[in-house]
Write a protein that binds this ligand. Structure first.
Ligand SMILES: [Ca+2]
Length: 380
């Protein structure tokens, strides 16, 4: 059976059973490692954005309009948890990522990032609270991107705990361009804070006049994917380019990643941003996509269900409707293959069972689970 036929037949069968929209994910996708089965774990999530596995195997999933829910391995979706802060749920804004404190098992602390409304517009913020069965309790805001500005685009943001226990928060430049080169604001930066929101004393711009001390790296455009590389502990991120020019960067302390001075992409208004697209004083991406995939979430794969994928990065694509597999080779990277998911992919996470989980960015969004076709091992 051809891939196209199998794809269409599976989609038609699923659609007939439960009346899903035509854009539902395929039942099977091809890969260099053989066919992959795509299961729908849960559905009915409105533009799910971020997910995190709890130690008991359940998942926390955010919905961009401002809800945080618990999803069980067999697909039960909880009522929205109480205690989530009010969000600026317009355009790209809303409730964004979710992450667990490294000591979650003992302190139950959950972190969320979101677009926070204010009198002058909105900016990205991070709040944390203690998870109960029905709520986040004792919620406090531990970081606010400065300043708040008008507009609904480029909030970032992913939350990534580093091996040293500090928290990286990836941000966007709020579609304002030049502030990404100005260290007196947080726009277009990655910030590094302690789990309490304090500034670690070894941050690169601590004590520098006119620079905000939370900043770890700058010159970013809009980072919606980030993860720590197992083994090296390095932070990697993927950011949206302007029109083409999506970048995979290995992030170094104090690094300037060039936006908006250089880019491999083009302005939406036409014309290249710069020629040449690199400068010796600015960091170049480890890999870039000339034709935009519109990158979302990413993960380093470490499991045993896809042995060929170990050490690779899996990057979700929104416009690309794909999961891109990228091999990391030291400080360089190369694309290996793209999985044709048939839906906008908002986040990619490895589950405790070694399966790959993804969120589809739809009004009736889903938690998807990818395993090798024929792999009938239980979820855990
Ligand atoms: Ca760049």
């Amino acid at each position: 059976m051809t891939r196209t036929f199998r794809f269409a037949a599976a989609a038609a069968a699923v659609a007939a059973l439960v009346n899903l929209p035509a854009c539902a994910a395929p039942g099977t996708v091809d890969s260099l490692s053989g066919p992959i089965r795509v299961e729908t774990v849960a559905r009915g999530l409105e533009n799910p954005w971020g997910m995190a596995f709890l130690p008991d195997g359940r998942m926390l999933v955010t919905e961009r309009p401002g809800r945080l829910r618990v999803v069980t391995a067999d697909g039960a979706v909880s009522e929205p948890l109480a205690g989530v802060p009010e969000v600026f749920a317009r355009s790209q804004g809303g409730l964004l990522d979710v992450a667990l404190h490294p000591d979650f098992a003992s302190n139950r602390m959950v972190y969320v990032s979101y677009a926070e409304p204010g009198p002058d517009g909105a900016s990205t913020a991070v709040a944390r609270g203690r998870l109960t069965e029905t709520a986040l309790e004792g919620v406090e805001v531990i970081f606010r991107m400065e300043p708040k500005v008008e507009g609904g685009n480029h909030f970032g943001s992913r939350l990534v705990f580093a091996p040293d226990g500090n928290l990286f928060v990836t941000l966007g430049e709020r579609a304002k361009f030049d502030p990404a080169q100005d260290l007196s604001n947080h726009m277009g930066t990655i910030v590094r804070i302690t789990p309490d929101g304090a500034v670690p004393p070894d941050n690169p711009f601590v004590g520098q006049d006119g620079a905000l001390p939370e900043i770890w790296s700058y010159g970013h455009r809009n980072i919606q994917a980030a993860a720590i590389e197992p083994g090296t502990g390095a932070l990697w991120e993927v950011e949206h380019g302007p029109r083409g020019g999506d970048e995979l960067n290995r992030v170094v302390r104090g690094g300037n990643y060039g936006w908006p001075l250089v880019s491999w992409g083009n302005h939406y208004t036409g014309g290249a941003i710069d020629d040449p697209p690199t400068r010796p004083d600015l960091l170049s991406p480890a890999f870039y996509w000339e034709s935009a995939i519109a990158p979302s979430g990413m993960t380093f794969y470490t499991g045993d269900r896809f042995p060929d994928w170990r050490g690779n990065v899996l990057v979700g694509g929104l416009r690309g409707q794909t999961i891109v597999r990228v091999a990391i080779e030291g400080e360089d990277a190369r694309e290996v293959e793209r999985l044709a998911m048939g839906v906008r992919i908002r986040d990619v996470v490895e589950g405790p069972d070694g399966a790959v989980y993804a969120l589809s960015d739809e009004d009736n969004g889903a938690v998807l689970r990818l395993v090798p076709d024929g792999d009938e091992r239980a979820q855990r």
